[in-house]
Design a protein around this ligand. Structure first.
Ligand code: AMP
Ligand code: GLY
Length: 426
């Protein structure tokens, strides 16, 4: 088989790594890929938003299955375009991907179907937003969110009226996230642990992946601004079997079933961001794609053939029973450019990469990397994900941190407390 993976992050390297281990696969392409995927197959210089370019490539090369990493092509309707041409692709259609593409759609959907989520109001102009904030109908702290995609930066947690008014200005007046700021959601702040609950669905049935916990804040102790994710572990230490079953029953199944009933059959990854509140799990957001960096530790624990899983799902038969995972925990620590998630420099030479990747038990997934004249350079905010899966979480994390000690580039930055046990002050 020929497989095309779309994207260029650590998530896509991890997917490509597992895909190329399948005996079914003859050729893997990655569009546009990074310096890690380059060694597994062929990087193709097509941007993930160039839908026509992707369709033409898949057609010409007779690609058997395309797997989409990031949300933007999904929200643009890449799946619909592939399906029209009779090409197999893993991911939700444009109308199903609205669960991520429009927070207003997602909140109203949850409201219609009594799926537990934070209490909210939708407003479509700044005056209305300010009036609502001043009324304190939703008490502080609260969260102001842009409606559409905002690269994970469209949710602003506000402790005061002043901060909330500024957030409304940034989103609705300055239009920092463009059209995504035409409407905002003002919602209750939920207290509790955060969990990434990820399943794949064929539109009817569901295959839950092993649980994970992301670490979103840039600095140790969950300090500093949110990033795309600075590291993840699997399983999540906060999800026991009972909570797992409750989440599937009260959130995951109702979501998939109601989407089907509304004529938006949901095939692909359903990533539910949850807060474990005192009243039970509540949905923060839906994503219509694999997590990054959650995919990296999940893929390390997957024993079954990922290509068989994806193919079966596309063909309408998610392998809900057959898939196996190792019981061993796993972890991923993201090595980032200094300054990320705001301003950072690129083009720094990365030292020690080969030595690190050669350590038995260590897997290094590339994200923002580039290979030029026999050397690796940084080309993005999140540069590498150093991963392992050992007998215990402590030995896994020790191994990862020891390995990171061998990597170096100018202004390199990473969190030292991924997977560390600690009381969180929520
Ligand atoms: P979102 O863009 O909705 O995924 O939000 C980004 C991050 O902001 C989440 O991962 C949470 O850490 C935080 N967040 C968003 N909404 C809430 C909420 N209602 N209560 C608490 N934290 C939230
Ligand atoms: N790590 C968070 C996300 O993938 O959305």
């Amino acid at each position: 088989m020929k497989i095309l993976v779309v994207g260029s992050g650590g998530r896509e390297h991890a997917l490509a790594w597992k895909i190329t281990q399948s005996p079914l696969v003859k050729q893997m392409y990655c569009a546009p890929g990074n310096a890690g995927t380059m060694n597994l197959g062929e990087n193709i210089p097509i941007d993930p938003t160039d839908i026509k370019g992707l369709v033409d490539f898949a057609n010409k090369e007779k690609v058997d299955l395309t797997v989409i990493g990031p949300e933007i092509p999904l929200a643009m309707g890449v799946v619909d375009e592939f399906e029209t041409k009779g090409l197999k692709i893993f991911g939700p259609t444009k109308s199903a991907a609205e669960l991520e593409g429009s927070k207003v759609f997602a909140k109203q959907f949850m409201d219609r179907h009594k799926i537990p989520t934070a209490r909210f109001k939708i407003v479509d102009n700044p005056d209305q937003a300010k009036k609502l904030l001043q009324s304190e109908e939703i008490p502080f702290p609260l969260v102001v969110k842009a409606d559409g995609l905002a690269a994970g930066k469209g949710a602003i947690i506000c402790n005061s009226l002043k901060k909330a008014e500024l957030a409304v200005n940034t989103i609705m007046v300055e239009k920092k996230f463009g059209e995504s700021g035409n409407r905002v959601i003002i919602e209750e702040f939920l207290r509790g642990k955060e969990v990434s609950f990820i399943v794949i669905s064929d539109g009817v049935k569901v295959l839950p992946f092993v649980t994970t916990m992301d670490h979103k804040a840039v600095y140790d102790g969950d300090k500093g601004p949110n990033t795309g994710g600075m590291g993840a572990i699997s399983p999540s230490p906060f999800v026991d079997q009972e909570l797992f079953n409750e989440t599937v029953k009260t959130i995951v199944f109702p979501t998939v079933t109601r989407m089907l009933e509304e004529g938006r059959k949901y095939m692909g990854v359903l990533y539910v961001g949850l807060i474990l509140t005192e009243e039970g799990p509540k949905v923060l957001e839906y994503n219509c794609r694999f997590g990054d960096p959650e995919t990296q530790p999940q893929i390390l624990r997957l024993e079954s053939d990922l290509v068989e899983i994806l193919m079966a799902t596309v063909e309408g038969n998610v392998l809900e029973k057959e898939v196996t995972w190792t019981n061993k925990p796993s972890g991923c620590v993201v090595v980032a450019s200094g300054g990320y998630p705001t301003k950072y420099e690129k083009g720094k030479q990365i030292e020690g990469l080969k030595e690190t990747a050669d350590i038995p038990g260590i897997t290094v997934f590339h994200a923002g990397t580039e290979f030029k004249e026999n050397k690796y350079y940084t080309s993005g905010g999140r540069v590498l994900g150093v991963c392992a899966s050992e007998e215990t979480l402590a030995s896994t994390m020790n191994k990862i941190y020891e390995a990171i000690g061998k990597i170096g580039f100018d202004a390199m930055h990473y969190r030292r407390d991924i997977g560390a046990e600690r009381e969180e002050e929520q």
